[in-house]
Design a protein around this ligand. Structure first.
Ligand SMILES: NC(=O)c1ccc[n+]([C@@H]2O[C@H](COP(=O)([O-])OP(=O)(O)OC[C@H]3O[C@@H](n4cnc5c(N)ncnc54)[C@H](OP(=O)(O)O)[C@@H]3O)[C@@H](O)[C@H]2O)c1
Length: 332
């Protein structure tokens, strides 16, 4: 065991893009679990776009992170001490213990996972919150059907890469939108999407028309902004949109949408959703996802920063699109 705990706290709120000085590393004593609690040694920290929203002092679906408090975040690790009969020393667990090496939990929201079956990190990605987000958005919100065209933005990322693969497994045409030729090659050649459009190539509308000859039935929207506005112009009558994220405006002003009338003209159903509010759907999602991963049908990739000190830079890099698949920090 390390002699000290290392933690990143929120030092200041960003205005615009996050900078490293918005975080401060502090050293503290390793906490001691009280009755009913466990001490967890975190092995991996997940870095997710929603954390950017929590850095703002703004009304949202969840309260903002407080200045001086440990940055929130999902972690995967091992129980190091237990005063909770539900957990034994050595259990591998996933929880929300934040940007730190050690954390205390009372067991609420702490999920035991089988690290013999899949690598521990996978429970933060395809078999964790991002994977469940993809499943819920595609099947519950978009209600995709065999033969339909599914388009997903941020297609090379943690959520998007799962959306397109699930769409293919379920008999849909899967079209991704991603930043750069390398990401698009990976999405088509490795993940098996039917097509991928590099939005940075500057030809989005023409490329979209070519890649969606039957237009779009399901849009899994992760980025918002000009890309979303363009996609709205290609939707079919009675199509559906799962509004999952709007990362284009997490660090900058909202984009003035021009094609909202497409919702009316095409009788489109659009629904935003927050996966952590849909806990009853998690078991079914994880059952299907783990079956596909075990069978090799569902592939995943991770971008792993080494050591907690790299967390701020890795987080900023992810917001700028430097990640391929799930962005993680390896802590041990
Ligand atoms: N509603 C929910 O419950 C829920 C749950 C999880 C995630 N989400 C949302 O889902 C989205 C994806 O999350 P994730 O964890 O899978 O992240 P991710 O896709 O692994 O990483 C973020 C990606 O966003 C893309 N991006 C960043 N700035 C962009 C821009 N200006 N234009 C277009 N693309 C941009 C980048 O990919 P490129 O290089 O391709 O640009 C980057 O790699 C986020 O919006 C997130 O907030 C929502």
């Amino acid at each position: 065991m390390n002699e000290k705990n290392l933690q990143f706290v929120l030092a200041s709120r960003p205005s615009g893009w996050v900078i490293e000085s918005n975080f401060r590393m502090i050293e503290s004593a390793i906490p001691v679990p009280g009755d009913g609690e466990v001490l967890v040694r975190n092995h991996y920290l997940s870095l997710d776009p929603y954390m950017r929203g929590r850095m703002n002092d703004a009304r949202s679906y969840a309260p903002p992170a407080a200045i001086g408090e440990v940055m929130l975040g999902e972690t995967a690790g091992e129980v190091a001490e237990s005063k909770n009969p539900q957990f034994a020393v050595g259990d591998k667990v996933v929880g929300r213990l934040g940007w730190q090496l050690y954390g205390i939990s009372d067991g609420a929201g702490l999920r035991k996972v089988d690290a013999g079956k899949f690598p521990l990190s996978v429970y933060l990605g395809v078999l964790g919150m991002p994977g469940v987000t993809a499943w819920v958005g595609l099947f519950d919100i978009c209600a995709s059907k065999v033969g339909e065209t599914v388009v997903v933005t941020a297609a090379c990322g943690a959520v998007g890469s799962v959306v397109g693969q699930l769409a293919k497994i379920h008999g849909c045409r899967a079209v991704g939108i991603a930043g750069g030729a390398e990401k698009c090659r990976y999405v088509v050649d490795e993940l098996g999407f039917d097509a991928c459009i590099d939005y940075k190539a500057g030809n989005l509308w023409a490329d979209l028309k070519a890649a969606t000859p039957q237009r779009i039935d399901c849009l899994f929207e992760n980025v918002g902004g000009e890309i979303f506005d363009t996609l709205l112009g290609r939707m079919n009558a009675y199509s559906r949109i799962a509004l999952c994220g709007m990362i284009t405006q997490y660090n900058s002003a909202p984009y003035p949408m021009k094609n909202i009338s497409a919702l009316l003209v095409n009788r489109i159903k659009l629904q935003g959703f927050i996966v952590t509010e849909l806990l009853p759907r998690w078991p079914a999602a994880l059952k299907e996802l783990s079956g596909h991963v075990a069978a090799g049908r569902l592939k995943y990739r991770e971008t792993v920063a080494e050591g907690l000190t790299q967390a701020p830079a890795a987080f900023i890099g992810m917001l700028h699109g430097q990640n391929f698949g799930k962005q993680l920090v390896k802590l041990i």
